[in-house]
Design a protein around this ligand. Structure first.
Ligand code: ADE
Length: 229
């Protein structure tokens, strides 16, 4: 087993990088890959950058160049569910790209042509471990679809659109791209995200205050998940 851990921003991965034993850094396509040992497991940690393209580059590189068998995407998200408040954790059962839209040529919104799926499944076995870890840590969590797109969601209208179309519980900007790459490569994938904001009108005020705490919450979960894998 080799585990890739991807976060978009430094606040989402720096504390993990700092804990790596026997660490070696390799730079590929402008991304630094930190290879080492965490909780007795062979891991690669990378900060991919914000958005779906950077996330996909990073995930594919982890698979082809570093031979990871499992990928965990850790970080923060906006909530789309009344059941998930700030600092609670969303664990993906599947991922959707809410900004994928070929509906003008007759497809349902969100359809990924070629694969012909809207929701891509993520690893059920890893999600179960994540849920157990949340229980052990006393962290409130919800499992469901996580929606990604190249947009920071901060309006009630867009939030409602994503909920109505896809039934998603949280939104962010990378998970579905990582899920897509893992799906086509047959790699186990977990998306675990702590809530940093309401993804509605207040989001831009809440986010700067909560992002560091939420990122820390997701990192705490990720460390324990790695131990349990
Ligand atoms: N990451 C954290 N909060 C987010 C939001 N509201 N929209 C997109 N990505 C996010």
């Amino acid at each position: 087993m080799k585990i890739g851990i991807i976060g978009a921003m430094s606040v989402e991965v720096d504390a993990l990088k700092a804990k790596l034993a026997e660490c070696e850094t390799v730079r590929v396509s402008g991304v630094d890959f930190f290879c080492g040992n965490l909780a007795g497991k062979d891991v690669v940690v990378a900060q991919c950058g914000i958005g779906k393209v950077f996330a996909a580059i990073c995930a594919q590189t982890m698979i082809l160049r570093f031979g990871v068998t499992h990928i965990i995407n850790t970080g923060v998200a906006g909530t789309l569910s009344e059941k998930l408040s700030i600092l609670d954790v969303a664990i993906a059962d599947g991922v959707v790209q809410h900004d994928m839209d070929t509906s003008p040529i007759g497809d349902p919104v969100g359809l990924i042509s070629g694969i012909n799926k809207i929701v891509l499944p993520t690893s059920d076995y890893m999600a179960k471990i994540a849920a157990d870890v949340a229980g052990e840590l006393g962290v409130k969590y919800g499992r469901g679809i996580i929606a990604s797109g190249d947009q920071f969601i901060s309006s009630a209208d867009r939030k409602r659109y994503i909920v109505d179309k896809f039934g998603a519980v949280a939104c962010e900007m990378e998970g579905a791209a990582i899920g897509h790459v893992c799906y086509v490569n047959g790699i186990e994938c977990l998306i675990v995200r702590a809530i940093s904001d309401s993804a509605s009108g207040e989001a831009t005020m809440e986010y700067p205050q909560m992002v560091a705490l939420a990122a820390e919450q997701s990192i705490k979960m990720t460390e324990r998940i790695i131990q349990s894998l």
